[in-house]
Design a binder for this molecule. Structure first.
Ligand code: HEM
Length: 554
């Protein structure tokens, strides 16, 4: 029995030492030396051990081996922490207990915390969050310095949180998507190609046709669900139909069973990504500690469709021939395929599918968010909504038209104010590609930079920032708005590809909706400071009723 146990103990000890050395490898010689000392000490202990009483102490040995493991892990973590602390220098951040507890609950009370942090640290600060250490930039000029001036180093969209969450199948990572893509050659060329695609879609008036066609379906849906409709769910459906047509030039009927499954699955994915629960946070912390990754179930129904659409359009991927089939139609898929021949590393059809999924998911999620906020503010501020409706009526804006949307100054002001008080992306996060020396700081590779968009939108540069004031965007007032403190679509070369047109798109959508419908509360409606505040800022689920307007407004 003793003979059996001894090799086990020695084997266990060697494993412990081996593990310590592995981990210590990362933190240099100090850890290595600790491992040597521990190995020596343990070996001495083992060789000095009187083996005669071993059988009685088996449990004790196992327990001590367990505690040695734990002690070693603690020592190694402590050494690594000390090593990084001495090597890197981060901006100061909240250190006292009151603030640390705030920082830990950062994602939960994030709206509040983003404002408190910007107040306490008007320039920048470091906060420990559930997604890791974030250097939070609160000052517009510092945001520009990093997001524009150092975009070469700081446009990496992947953070460890997303890295763990967004695998769409084992081994294949969503970083191949564009919205969350690493900053590399492909990221830049695809960005340019998508911007060009948007310009072309607009010059040919295709966007007007797409949105108006989809609006007709949405309109019928609202009419048949006029007594009560779920705002988040129905705006997601509407947005997804627009995005599918923009991306793959296909239209689906609302009662198309296949597309309904696709929509429902995508909605489930979007909820999983944005949900902000204790369970999810602990899971994330665990994956970060253990290094294990979690595979998000982007189920077959979603990915297979997209892959199939890509294959139909680009059957000759092996020859890296970018020629597309006759279904080619100047949509977003075409513009991604256009860059395939010059891509480096090479983009295969699976990567193209991931990018397409990324754009469909981001675009519909964001449009849903913006439309949901717009409708919430419409019912919370009926007087302003009536003014916007009167403008749409007076300009006969019954159909979506991007050019004419620019003339709807009050509707446009309403949209801008909604996106100021409730930005859909409240904090834009990038990470550094390499260690970065900047100002007095020395930041480790993969440090997260967060542009505190939410705090910018509530900063002292605005008059009465907490008030919903559409007028601030009208006439002479508009010139006084602090443009540097407003960034609803991101900042720098990786900002939203649709940025140039989004105000007009949202203005046109709002005006068309107000032209045809009067929205009313259906039960209680949420406070704008409630709701999901994860990667996106969304109000909680709520429902409205709707009355179709015929003839004159109100
Ligand atoms: C109200 C609607 C929208 C909002 C608020 C919004 C917001 C944003 C923001 C803040 C970013 C920057 C992310 C970052 O820097 O990490 C972004 C990137 C992006 N957006 Fe949007 N977006 C919206 C709609 C759309 C639509 C409709 C599309 C597609 C048709 C789209 C496509 C993209 C793409 C492809 C990127 C990634 C650009 C790159 O990384 O180079 N967005 N968006």
């Amino acid at each position: 029995m003793v003979d059996n146990i001894m090799p086990n103990i020695v084997e266990n000890v060697s494993k412990v030492v081996e593990n310590v050395e592995k981990v210590a490898g990362g933190i240099g010689k100090v850890g290595g030396k600790v491992a040597d000392v521990i190995q020596e000490a343990v070996q001495t202990t083992v060789s000095d051990t009187d083996t005669s009483g071993l059988e009685e102490f088996t449990l004790w040995n196992y327990m001590s081996s367990f505690f040695i493991h734990i002690a070693l892990i603690v020592i190694v973590i402590g050494l690594k922490w000390q090593y990084d602390r001495n090597r890197y220098r981060y901006p100061k951040g909240p250190r006292d207990w009151r603030h640390i507890s705030d920082a830990i609950s950062f994602h939960r009370k994030k709206r509040e915390n983003l404002l408190v942090l910007a107040n306490d640290y008007p320039d920048l600060c470091t906060v420990i969050t559930h997604i890791g250490r974030v250097v939070l930039l609160n000052d517009p000029s510092l945001i520009n310095e990093i997001f524009i001036g150092r975009a070469d180093l700081c446009s990496n969209k992947i953070d460890s949180y997303l890295e763990n969450q967004l695998r769409y199948k084992p081994g294949k990572h969503l970083r191949t998507g564009i919205v969350f893509r690493h900053y590399d050659h492909n990221g830049q060329t695809i960005h340019r190609s998508l911007v060009e695609c948007f310009d072309e879609v607009l010059t040919e008036n295709k966007l007007d046709q797409i949105i108006q066609g989809q609006f007709e379906q949405f309109r019928s849906y609202l009419i048949s669900n006029s007594s009560k409709f779920d705002v988040r769910h129905s705006t997601f459906n509407f947005a997804l139909h627009i995005l599918t047509q923009l991306c793959i030039n296909r239209t689906f009927k609302y009662d198309d069973k296949v597309f309904e499954t696709f929509t429902n699955n995508l909605y489930k994915i979007s909820k999983t990504i944005h949900e902000d629960t204790v369970a999810k946070t602990s899971k994330t912390a665990l994956t970060q500690l253990t290094g294990l990754s979690e595979t998000l179930d982007i189920n077959d129904t979603v990915l297979n469709y997209i892959q199939q659409w890509v294959k139909e359009r680009h059957p000759n991927e092996d020859t890296s021939d970018s020629t597309v089939t006759s279904t080619s139609s100047g949509d977003i898929l075409d513009s991604i395929l256009k860059v395939v021949p010059t891509s480096s590393p090479h983009i295969d059809n699976e990567d193209v599918a991931a990018m397409l999924l990324d754009v469909v998911m981001h675009g519909s999620e964001m449009l849903k968010g913006a439309l949901t906020w717009l409708l919430l503010y419409v019912v919370r501020h009926p007087e302003e909504a009536d003014r916007a409706r009167n403008e749409a009526k007076s300009q006969n804006y019954s159909k979506f038209n991007l050019k004419n949307a620019e003339k709807l100054s009050y509707c446009q002001a309403f949209v801008k104010e909604v996106l100021r008080v409730s930005p859909v992306v409240p904090i834009v996060i990038h990470s550094t590609l390499q260690d970065l020396r900047w100002r007095d700081y020395h930041l480790q590779k993969r440090t997260l930079f967060g542009a505190n968009v939410y705090a910018l939108h509530y900063s002292i540069h605005w008059s009465e920032p907490t008030k919903f004031k559409v007028e601030r965007w009208i006439g002479d007032n508009a010139e006084k708005t602090p443009q540097n403190s407003y960034a609803p679509f991101g900042i720098g070369p990786r900002q939203c590809i649709a940025e140039k047109y989004l105000f007009s798109i949202l203005t046109g959508l709002l005006a068309t909706l107000l032209y045809h419908f009067k929205f009313e509360k259906c039960g209680s409606i949420p406070d704008p400071h409630e709701g999901t505040f994860g990667m996106a800022n969304l109000p909680p689920s709520f429902s409205l009723s709707v009355q179709e307007l015929r003839g004159d407004a109100s």
